[in-house]
Design a binder for this molecule. Structure first.
Ligand SMILES: CC(C)(COP(=O)(O)OP(=O)(O)OC[C@H]1O[C@@H](n2cnc3c(N)ncnc32)[C@H](O)[C@@H]1OP(=O)(O)O)[C@@H](O)C(=O)NCCC(=O)NCCS
Length: 195
């Protein structure tokens, strides 16, 4: 049986339209189809992520989901998928040279964010992340994974992503690797900015 996503917040854009989006823990069945469809047709997602393979079809989505992801979604007023975030248990890749105060193994949680065409370029990334990080930090999953911070890997030229991560308190801790990727870390001790 499908578990219905739980509403955890409401976001408004700051543009004239004042569009409203809703933040949920979980994803609906029809949103999984939208996720697969958007992923396969979105050039920015193809450029900056491995989602075309990750979300190639239902089977691939199921394989991915089984790795105990904590999934959060953003939906527009019609319930159509506008974005997704997820957290996973993974240590920083040993292939990346990072300058961090602790061992890579101390950063055992990573996350990802995607906004799709109907939500992109509206300054929603930082707001969506703040809501979701606050919610995820309350969960047993977060509290039982030993960690000193959350890490993310991003292309150095993905400016909307890098700016959004910085706005939350993430710091660059590596130089670009051969694929121009950098690692950014949000230390456990960093307070999240107020909405
Ligand atoms: C990354 C992503 C979630 C950001 O969402 P977005 O809607 O494009 O970005 P936003 O409009 O929220 O802008 C984010 C911040 O970057 C800034 N920004 C956006 N474009 C910029 C640019 N070209 N140069 C400098 N800053 C820029 C914005 O001012 C904003 O900061 P603010 O809200 O404090 O003003 C979205 O672009 C996306 O899903 N991309 C494809 C998938 C992806 O790359 N995911 C991340 C992989 S690491």
């Amino acid at each position: 049986m499908e578990i219905q996503p739980q509403l955890i917040g409401i976001l408004n854009t700051s543009n004239k339209q004042r569009e409203t989006f809703r933040v949920y823990e979980g994803i609906t069945d029809s949103q999984i189809d939208q996720l697969i469809s958007y992923t396969q047709s979105d050039p920015l997602v193809s450029k900056f992520t491995s989602d075309r393979k990750r979300f190639l079809n239902r089977d691939m989505f199921t394989v991915w989901r089984e790795k105990k992801r904590s999934i959060y979604t953003l939906a527009d007023q019609n319930g159509t998928l506008a974005g997704i975030m997820w957290f996973g248990r993974k240590e920083i890749s040993p292939s990346v040279v990072v300058h961090i105060p602790r061992k890579s193994a101390d950063y055992g949680i990573t996350f990802a964010i995607r906004l799709y065409q109907n939500a992109r370029g509206k300054h929603l990334a930082g707001k969506f992340m703040r809501f979701v990080f606050q919610a995820f930090k309350q969960t047993a999953t977060y509290q039982t994974i030993p960690h000193n911070g959350i890490w993310v890997k991003t292309s150095v030229d993905n400016l909307p992503a890098v700016c959004a991560y910085r706005s939350l308190g993430f710091k660059e801790v590596s130089i670009p690797d051969e694929k121009e990727k950098i690692v950014m870390i949000l230390e456990e001790t960093t307070s999240l900015p107020i909405q």
